[in-house]
Design a protein around this ligand. Structure first.
Ligand SMILES: Cc1cc2nc3c(=O)[nH]c(=O)nc-3n(C[C@H](O)[C@H](O)[C@H](O)COP(=O)(O)OP(=O)(O)OC[C@H]3O[C@@H](n4cnc5c(N)ncnc54)[C@H](O)[C@@H]3O)c2cc1C
Length: 378
């Protein structure tokens, strides 16, 4: 047992973990953050960030206004049969790759004094008396507070037997995600959301001269294509004429695609044996709604303020936990529910044809639906 003690341990160095670490390190707490990969690295994500996060990211020290990032103010929604509609996004967003975003935040975290242990996968974290013991290969440390920000699904979910893993509704689990960076012909201010049988594919600009092309579908769709991504794209995605055109005229960048599996949208607990769950580890909004990153960052803001109050002795551990659950539910529960509900409309081919057709006929319906799943700047 190494006797290196920290105030706070954070498991997972994505957006939720890094943003929490930066805020607490800036308040002079000692913070250790574990990340199993090495920065910079690619991650499956549509890479469209809602503008609700702009001010918060800048407050962490990320100079977004100097980074020449594309601003996106229009949504193109298409149905599997090719029907399309355009609508202005109520708030809009910007494009940035996770490669750049996560690396930039990791640099800020390191400069702020966070100890970042990269290529270090946490095996377990548990409460022992009033402290947390975090174990990783060949070692363990003790901390006063522990946050889990390890994303969608993880070895620790299995170890802790989290109930969402028993979720049987096929509507909510067993999705795969596939991402490319491409050079293509696409408008800089438009995010395209193209539906196909049992899935959807987003395209929008990121930094440089590249575009993120990312889709999510049921694992059965891939299985039905003999587990071939090319066959999946040719046989199923390309039935939507917009996707057929995009895939045929895009130049794929080196090292792509990147893929993930076992994506699950079931409800999750917000606190696990005293550990605050952040970002996707606390609940994942369907990517169709395009703002999981903002929710992850917002959970980091809520958690950091409560941890600060706890470490100053203003709250007990249980008061901190209760306040986190309450604030989380107030801020996000209805957005996640709305996301799951909307996702169900875009499951089958006929249903998504019908809904895109309806939105096209009644365009005034689109903005309230988008607003249901989006928050305000925080
Ligand atoms: C297909 C798809 C498209 C999406 N598109 C968008 C979009 O366009 N816009 C948007 O806002 N959101 C989008 N999202 C959602 C968004 O990607 C997530 O909500 C967001 O990344 C959550 O951030 P996080 O910090 O919780 O988790 P992550 O960013 O996943 O970070 C978790 C980190 O923990 C690390 N880790 C995991 N286990 C361990 C361990 N045991 N020890 C140490 N480290 C560990 C991982 O390597 C990872 O870096 C999309 C999601 C999917 C699946």
């Amino acid at each position: 047992m190494v006797k290196t003690d920290y105030d706070i341990a954070i498991v997972g160095g994505g957006l939720a973990g890094l943003a929490t670490a930066i805020q607490l390190a800036k308040k002079a707490y000692s913070v250790v953050l574990f990340e199993k990969e090495e920065y910079p690295f690619q991650k499956v994500c549509g890479e469209y960030v809602s503008l609700e996060s702009w001010a918060f990211l800048e407050s962490l020290g990320l100079p977004l206004h100097k980074m020449s990032l594309p601003l996106i103010d229009t949504l193109q929604l298409t149905a599997p049969n090719g029907k399309e509609l355009f609508t202005k996004l109520p708030l809009g967003g910007f494009g940035i790759s996770r490669y750049l975003l996560d690396k930039s935040l990791a640099d800020i975290a390191a400069k702020s004094g966070v100890t970042i242990l990269q290529k270090t996968k946490v095996d377990d974290a548990k409460k022992q008396d009033d402290l947390f013991v975090i174990s990783f290969p060949g070692n363990a440390i003790k901390t006063k507070v522990c946050c889990a920000a390890y994303g969608k699904r993880n070895n620790l979910d299995v170890k802790w037997k989290r109930p969402f893993l028993r979720q049987t509704s096929s509507r909510l689990n067993n999705y795969i995600g596939i991402k490319y960076h491409v050079k293509t012909d696409w408008k800089d201010n438009v995010i395209g959301l193209h539906n196909f049988e049992n899935g959807y594919c987003g395209i929008s600009k990121i930094e440089g001269n590249e575009y993120c092309l990312c889709y999510m579908t049921k694992a059965e769709n891939l299985k039905a294509c003999d587990n071939s991504i090319e066959a999946l794209q040719e046989n199923i995605l390309a039935q939507n004429p917009h996707l057929k055109k995009i895939f045929s005229q895009s130049e794929v960048m080196k090292d792509f695609p990147v893929t993930i599996s076992q994506i699950n949208f079931g409800a999750k607990e917000k606190v696990q044996d005293g550990i605050l769950m952040l970002g996707d580890a606390a609940g994942m909004i369907t990517p169709l709604c395009g703002n999981g990153m903002s929710i992850a960052l917002h959970t980091a803001k809520l958690a950091a303020a409560l941890i600060d109050a706890f470490l100053q002795g203003k709250f007990s551990q249980s008061e901190m936990e209760e306040a986190y659950k309450k604030q989380w539910n107030k801020a996000f529960a209805s957005r996640l529910k709305a996301g799951r509900f909307i996702q169900s409309f875009f499951g089958g081919k006929r249903l998504s044809n019908f809904f895109v057709g309806t939105f096209k006929a009644f365009p005034f319906l689109t903005k309230p639906v988008i607003k249901l799943t989006h928050g305000k700047p925080f």
